[in-house]
Design a protein around this ligand. Structure first.
Ligand code: HEM
Length: 488
């Protein structure tokens, strides 16, 4: 028997059989992989014969995923943009996508025809943040929530929190003194405290440690593979999410039971009634509190980390910002008071440094939308269900709008950017409601940091790490020392 399998004749016969099988398999794969394409072509003929956008869909099923993950994401997008133009198609993780990178086309997706492109997230993210959070909705529920969240983060609403934010800064900055700290981790602590302050109207000292612990587990799972098996970060995160929900519901119940609804976003959500005088439910409130903390925390921490990196690398700029902040400090000391909202409006150079950081770091390189129906778009046909990705980073790095885009140059913001070319906070119905709070956190921190300390990057590692937002390699470890008076 064994000889039969190994005799030369039967070996070649087997080889022939194998070849035949492979051939059949190959034909089947090609046939089935082309089926959806043929179907699309047919639908596309129905659709006034507009072409699909140019570009390559890569291999069947895997598309261009491997290329995106092995190439630098910036060059992945810019190479294709050069080859195909501002609107091109590709396929990532099994999803056909259209990338959009001109200001006009992005405005169409996010603003003028936003109803045709809904935001889209993996279901695992939705389960983790909470399905009733603002991000996952459209229409009346979304606009009702948006008004409430915006009301809570308008300049008029947050100007009163400058002093509380300053207290947070004044508490943690001295702990950096004469030591090495990881900038990203420290900024995460800062932005988390501010997010809790904005969500609840005060610092929640009692519950804070428990909430922080649960939140950390949630965050780890959020950035991991969604495998719901015992011991996986995802499973642990789902457990933490449940416990966080219980903690928040207890806090909500306590506030509902008291005569005052209290401050912060929670106060506004508790007091909200629709036209039929219905209140938001506990789960709607909890999902949105968790959602806003999520949106507020990592984003702002990543930008703050870049701010410290750029100011470290540009000593002249650091000294110029310090001079501006020294001027504010002098007037504050003279009046014997703390920093105010109005002070933060008198920081033009610092403001331009923040804008240039938001552009250069472009921590949200793009966002996701999905075509809700077959759409005619910029002379192309986008089939229903295709993802549409406005590429913010491509616009921020386009030399037509930002000459020498690789250069960190805050003076470019002495002239306001052209409409729809500066989109760190998005645009349209889903634009960021927290932009003013994020910038306020940066002003307050820079005021105290530049006037009292100096920092040196340690480790010498240059480069970018994705956690998931792009941040300087290793989270930017820095050594902090007190600033010598009159030292340049
Ligand atoms: C520098 C920090 C931040 C950046 C770069 C940023 C960026 C963005 C962007 C680009 C969007 C739009 C996403 C899209 O259109 O799909 C967005 C949405 C959002 N952001 Fe921010 N954000 C930051 C900080 C914050 C803060 C501090 C808050 C807290 C209030 C916040 C709350 C939100 C919420 C709730 C949404 C969803 C809005 C909606 O769906 O209508 N963000 N953010």
């Amino acid at each position: 028997m064994h000889y039969f399998f190994f005799s030369p004749l039967s070996a070649s016969f087997l080889f022939f059989l194998l070849l035949l099988l492979l051939l059949l398999l190959g034909t089947a794969v090609v046939f089935f992989s082309l089926l959806p394409f043929r179907f699309l072509q047919w639908r596309h003929h129905q659709h006034k014969r507009l072409p699909l956008p140019p570009g390559s869909m890569g291999w069947p099923y895997i598309g261009e995923t491997l290329k995106l993950y092995t190439e630098n994401p910036n060059s992945f997008f810019s190479n294709r943009q050069k080859r195909h133009g501002d609107v091109f198609k590709t396929s990532i993780l099994g999803c056909p996508c259209v990338m959009v990178s001109s200001p006009e086309a992005i405005k169409v997706v996010l603003v003028t025809r936003a109803h045709l492109f809904k935001p889209t997230y993996p279901s695992s993210k939705e389960r983790m943040i909470g399905p009733e959070a603002i991000f996952f909705h459209e229409g009346p529920y979304h606009s009702r929530l948006k008004k409430l969240v915006q009301a809570s983060f308008l300049p008029s609403a947050i100007r009163g929190s400058v002093s509380a934010i300053e207290q947070i800064v004044l508490k943690f900055l001295p702990t950096w003194n004469n030591g090495v700290v990881n900038t990203l981790q420290e900024m995460k602590k800062y932005t988390f405290d501010v997010a809790i302050l904005s969500a609840f109207g005060h610092k929640l000292d009692l519950e804070m440690e428990g909430i922080k612990h649960l939140y950390r587990s949630l965050e780890k799972g959020y950035n991991s593979m969604p495998i719901n098996l015992p011991g996986t970060p995802f499973r642990r995160a789902m457990k933490a999410r449940k416990l966080l929900n219980e903690t928040f519901r207890r806090l909500i119940a306590k506030r509902r039971g008291s005569s005052k609804q209290g401050g912060g976003l929670l106060g506004i959500l508790l007091g909200a009634k629709d036209q039929h005088l219905n209140h938001l439910s506990d789960s709607q409130i909890a999902d949105n509190i968790i959602g806003v903390i999520f949106a507020a925390h990592d984003t702002t921490a990543s930008v703050l980390t870049w701010l410290l990196k750029y100011l470290h690398d540009k000593r002249d700029l650091l000294e110029a910002v310090t001079r501006e902040q020294e001027g504010i400090k002098a007037s504050i000391s003279e009046a014997n008071r703390g920093l105010t909202w109005d002070d933060t409006r008198r920081m033009p150079l610092t403001s331009r440094v923040i804008q240039e950081t938001l552009r250069t770091a472009s921590i949200l390189s793009f966002t996701f939308r999905e075509a809700v129906e077959d759409v005619e778009f910029e002379g192309y046909y986008i089939p229903k269900g295709w993802k549409v990705l406005p590429l913010f980073r491509s616009i921020h790095y386009c030399a037509d709008f930002f000459p020498q885009p690789e250069k960190f140059d805050p003076s470019r913001f002495e002239v306001p950017p052209k409409p729809n070319t500066f989109l760190p906070f998005g645009n349209g119905v889903h634009a960021c409601p927290g932009s003013e709070l994020a910038k306020l956190e940066m002003f307050v921190l820079l005021h105290h940091l530049t006037t009292s300390y100096r920092w040196k990057v340690v480790g010498g590692e240059d480069g970018i790490q994705y956690v998931p937002f792009p941040v300087p390699q290793g989270g930017l470890p820095i050594e902090v020392t007190p600033r010598k008076a009159n030292a340049e």
